[in-house]
Design a protein around this ligand. Structure first.
Ligand code: ADP
Ligand code: MG
Length: 697
């Protein structure tokens, strides 16, 4: 393996310096090793021939067709020139299109000769076509290769004649020439989990003899990636929890007890109580707490934050609550101040728009310790903000914050404060295990009593009138309404409803009501003003973009209309919907969309109408879109790139890898056993990417 890592890909037969450069530019393939680990994204059954007449569906996989070219036509001119071949099997015809090297292609292929073409059929102007398919010459035996890998390719590579076959061939050549492929997992793990050895797995992943062997090869390679990921996370977590000193909060005192007995606005739910106990136990250990609190929208996380902040106060420490937006920080501030000001707790709000005079006051109080709870946006982690003794930090809706921002909070103390990260985006368990692998997790899995689940309805443009009438009925009952748009301004390129246009429209339709509006481009004062007239009920309708997504709490708002709902991801829709259903009244969420939407989109929207369970939605969202889409920050939370494993779909293997990693570390915490030498070596190879963020959570 060492040799493979150091042999330049340009030395491989048929590559040479120019193509090597292109491989590097396209996929970072520099060495034999890189080539071996450039895997196919999927496989096609080259033993089956499909009939053109049977093509169907919007998103067909790549298929193999056998037939002949009937004619060739050069179309277009200059840069737009393309070659179109009419290709026919006995059942029907399709077009085969070359945009690149059109002239050359015309000379390669001829009519009245059998070819096997392989590519992804798309329907264009009512006719099936394939763009730049792979074409096997007539002499190629049909079932050769069985299953063939399809590799990611760039246009440039294609132009230089690269095909999936080039990649499969290159890997085969490297493997054939390599005398040893050193095993990268210790033998005890390979045998314990009955894994394929590395050479066999690599051969099979590029050139699978059968589906069964391919499955085993994938399992082996996915397991390996996830195993090292888990080993790294677990080793780090264990080291941290045994060494990182934290404040000990042994006391429950005046603040907590007073509030609990006299000011608690309602009895806690069972889940809130349990979570508070978990946090309290952590705070008492003398080790620093790093806990993730997951709780669906409306599950009452704020109260948990407050009660646990009071514990910090009881032990003589300051607490800080950080929210991702000014609106949300302000709302937290108002709710919390109202609840605890009567007990003499000093709460202040710090955001980007806090005036200088007030800032100075806050700074002074922070330093002399008379300020108990600081609530704010990321303004609270600016360097100038210095606490007297910060003991506890709550971060609301963490996915909005970069990991780097969390790191800065840490550096405010010599001893790190306890950290509670609250998120309303339920994170599927297997993803949490990886991204937050070293956080402890608490879950609020119960909503406060008396909530009626929001009714979610899918409506089309032709139902618009009836929908507006339904909204009018809610308004007449004294309820408030959100209307959400995907865009602020009209955009020629996108056929979407915009807030500006919508605002005028809505004012026109509901003349008797006042309409407020918020969007991301408003000045903070304007935004606050608009929000405040909606929150107070002076305005009955709030027209907005997704800025209201997080946290906003107006219990009297019972209806939300989401325009172009097809444009939003499931988790985002769920967040938006969480703004209604916060009070006594039955609430509605109307997903408005065009009648014609893709099948997947319809499936997504129908799921929204079927469930209000955030975990179910998050799981489905991840299955449909893959974890990469969920949040940029989460992805960057993963220490190594995954080549083959998929956190969304390989949940079982994640679990298996985690168990294996824990077993290894239980038996050999410092990995000093010679049988584990390979683990140490692999980890340090993988870890050559610096993890300076790792200290923080
Ligand atoms: P989230 O978890 O989305 O941050 P909030 O903390 O904003 O939820 O709480 C949502 C609403 O539920 C608030 O109006 C809050 O006052 C109310 N609430 C919280 N806990 C309880 C409870 N135990 N019983 C009744 N209502 C509660
Ligand atoms: Mg909240």
């Amino acid at each position: 393996m060492e040799r493979l890592r150091h042999t330049d890909i340009k030395y491989l037969r048929g590559i040479g310096p120019r193509r090597a450069e292109l491989l590097d530019k396209s996929f970072g393939i520099k060495t034999y090793y890189d080539m071996l680990y450039h895997f196919p994204t999927h496989y096609v059954d080259r033993t089956t021939i499909r009939r053109i007449a049977e093509f169907e569906g919007e998103d067909m996989p790549a298929v193999q067709v056998r037939g002949r070219f009937v004619s060739f036509n050069m179309l277009g001119e200059g840069a737009k020139m393309r070659l179109v071949g009419l290709f026919s099997d006995k059942s029907g015809t399709m077009e085969i299109v070359w945009f690149q090297r059109a002239k050359a292609m015309r000379d390669i292929y001829r009519t009245h000769t059998d070819y096997t073409v392989f590519g992804k059929p798309t329907l264009f102007n009512g006719r099936w076509s394939m763009v730049h398919p792979e074409i096997d010459p007539p002499s190629t035996p049909l079932a050769q290769g069985g299953f063939r890998g399809v590799y990611p390719l760039t246009e440039q590579l294609r132009n230089k004649g690269f095909t999936s076959r080039t990649f499969a061939g290159a890997s085969a050549e490297i493997l054939a020439g390599a005398q040893v492929i050193a095993e990268t997992l210790p033998p005890h793990i390979v045998s314990r989990y009955a894994l394929l050895d590395l050479r066999t797995a690599l051969c099979a992943i590029h050139n699978p003899p059968t589906m069964a062997v391919l499955d085993r090869a994938r399992l082996r390679l996915k397991f390996e990636e996830l195993f090292y990921l888990q080993l790294d996370i677990q080793r780090y977590a264990r080291r941290r929890s045994s060494t990182t000193q934290g404040f000990r909060f042994p006391r429950i005192g005046q603040f907590f007890n007073n509030f609990y007995s006299q000011f608690l606005p309602f009895p806690l739910t069972g889940a809130q109580k349990r979570v508070i106990k978990e946090i309290r136990a952590d705070m008492g250990t003398g080790r620093q707490m790093n806990r993730l609190l997951q709780g669906d929208v409306g599950s009452g996380k704020t109260l948990v934050a407050l009660l646990t902040m009071l514990i910090a106060l009881d032990n003589g420490f300051q607490a800080c609550l950080m929210a991702p937006t000014e609106i949300l920080a302000t709302q937290h501030y108002e709710t919390i101040r109202e609840m605890v000001a009567p007990m003499g707790v000093n709460v202040r709000l710090l955001t980007g728009s806090t005036r200088k005079k007030e800032r100075d006051e806050i700074d002074a109080q922070l330093r002399d310790g008379s300020l108990h709870i600081l609530i704010g946006t990321h303004a609270v982690i600016e360097d100038r903000v210095k606490f007297h003794n910060l003991g506890y930090v709550v971060i609301d809706e963490q996915h909005r914050f970069g990991v780097a921002q969390r790191a800065r909070l840490w550096t405010k103390n010599v001893i790190a404060p306890h950290v509670l990260v609250m998120t309303a985006t339920p994170i599927p368990r297997t993803l949490a295990m990886t991204v937050y692998g070293d956080l402890d997790v608490s879950v609020i899995d119960e909503l406060p009593p008396g909530r009626k689940p929001v009714q979610t309805l899918l409506r089309y443009d032709e139902n618009r009138l009836a929908t507006y009438q339904g909204i009018a009925r809610q308004l007449k009952m004294g309820r408030q309404v959100y209307i959400v748009y995907p865009l602020i301004k009209e955009n020629e390129k996108l056929d979407l409803r915009s807030l500006e246009e919508g605002y005028e429209n809505i004012c026109e339709i509901y003349r008797d009501y006042r309409v407020a509006y918020v969007h991301g481009k408003l000045k903070p004062e304007e935004k606050d003003y608009q929000m405040s007239i909606f929150a107070s009920g002076e305005a009955q309708i709030l027209v907005s973009t997704t800025v209201i997504e997080v946290g906003v709490n107006v219990p009297n708002a019972t209806t939300m209309l989401i325009e172009n709902a097809e444009r939003f991801g499931l988790s985002q829709l769920h967040q938006l919907r969480g703004r209604v259903g916060r009070g006594e009244g039955q609430s509605y969420c109307i997903l408005m969309t065009k009648r014609k939407i893709a099948k997947d989109t319809r499936k997504r929207l129908e799921l929204m109408t079927a469930t209000t369970n955030g975990f179910e939605i998050a799981e489905a969202d991840m299955q449909m879109r893959g974890p990469g889409d969920i949040e940029g920050t989460m992805q960057s939370g993963i220490p190594f790139d995954l080549h083959i494993a998929n956190l969304a779909t390989d949940g079982q293997i994640v679990q298996m890898a985690r168990d294996a990693a824990c077993e290894v570390l239980d038996a050999d915490p410092d990995l000093t056993n010679p049988a584990n030498a390979v683990l140490v070596r692999q980890l340090s190879l993988l870890n050559s990417r610096i993890r300076d963020w790792s200290k923080i959570s």
